[in-house]
Design a protein around this ligand. Structure first.
Ligand SMILES: Nc1ncnc2c1ncn2[C@@H]1O[C@H](COP(=O)(O)OP(=O)(O)O)[C@@H](O)[C@H]1O
Ligand SMILES: [Mg+2]
Length: 280
């Protein structure tokens, strides 16, 4: 077991955002955490990376209780995060942003730097460009690349597909799969449930601060209730953002572990993020 949350409760003032979340991530897995807006996905990741503390419950990483460990030590321990909204430094160059990912390390990071540029050739082309002038997709690549510079054992990704054009979503998800194939464990938070479930080994469904389902990802993809709530079967607030458009344009995608997924035209309408997609 690489990462484990046990009965974690987190409050913002009097609001209880996490009401007893328990989850586990094994070494080498891609685990996906899906759920609608406000379910507590970001809070869960922040609790793991140390940006929020638990009111009660515990977080174990790599055999140790890290509940009281400060965030920068968690980075050194092997918890890397590409935060929601990307969190890049707009005035700094692409290269400088990448190096920020290694700020806590004392050892040589040249291997991870080369790897980030290899995984994201676009970043190599634009290494001197101010990060704030890059497109949404490029900034997302930069956020993931920067997280890799900390040489994480587990990579926490918060809605990496948010606001991206369909082709770019495919690209980002393929790269996440490649990062995992090279040995990094991944905890992937997504509202784009269809894509996330195809990529993941296992998944948890979070609803208003509680885990309501936990199963192999393929099982959740076939589950009528999950399909209705998160895969566009019944379009509501929780409809996957842009999933239908991604499906339609991409045609057949091969993202699942070894399985080719077919186009599913019945997926629901474009979500609220569709209009924000950057046109690449
Ligand atoms: N800084 C904050 N102050 C107060 N409430 C917050 C704050 N951040 C999140 N919340 C609340 O916590 C709940 C979970 O939020 P969040 O973890 O961001 O959900 P998700 O990432 O699944 O959309 C929501 O009800 C949200 O309004
Ligand atoms: Mg969020």
């Amino acid at each position: 077991m690489l990462l484990e949350l046990k009965d974690v409760h987190v409050h913002y003032g009097k609001i209880e955002a996490l009401k007893g979340v328990s989850l586990q991530v094994d070494e080498g897995e891609i685990v996906s955490l899906i759920g609608g807006n406000g379910a507590g996905k970001t809070t869960t990741l922040k609790t793991i990376s140390g940006l929020r503390s638990c009111s009660s419950g515990s977080v174990f990483f790599d055999g140790a209780d890290i509940g009281s460990m400060p965030g920068h030590k968690r980075v050194l321990a092997g918890i890397g995060q590409a935060p929601e909204g990307r969190g890049i430094f707009p005035g700094m160059s692409v290269h400088e942003n990448l190096l920020m990912g290694a700020y806590a390390r004392k050892d040589d990071h040249s291997k991870e730097l080369a790897e980030a540029y290899e995984l994201f050739p676009r970043l190599a082309e634009r290494r001197s460009q101010a990060a704030g002038t890059m497109s949404g997709g490029e900034q997302q690549m930069l956020a993931i690349g920067r997280a890799l510079l900390s040489k994480p054992k587990v990579l926490l990704l918060d809605e990496p597909s948010m606001g991206l054009a369909p082709m770019l979503v495919q690209q980002i998800f393929s790269i996440i799969e490649e990062i995992n194939r090279r040995g990094t464990t991944v905890l992937l938070v997504e509202q784009n449930a269809q894509q996330a479930l195809r990529l993941a080994d296992r998944a948890y469904v979070l609803e208003t601060g509680r885990i309501v389902r936990s199963a192999p990802a393929s099982e959740l993809l076939d589950d009528p209730q999950v399909r209705a709530a998160y895969l566009g079967g019944d379009v509501g607030d929780a409809a996957p953002a842009g999933a239908a458009a991604a499906e339609a344009e991409a045609g057949t995608v091969a993202l699942g572990k070894g399985e080719a997924a077919e186009t599913k035209p019945e997926a629901g309408g474009a979500g609220p993020e569709a209009g924000k997609a950057d046109g690449e």
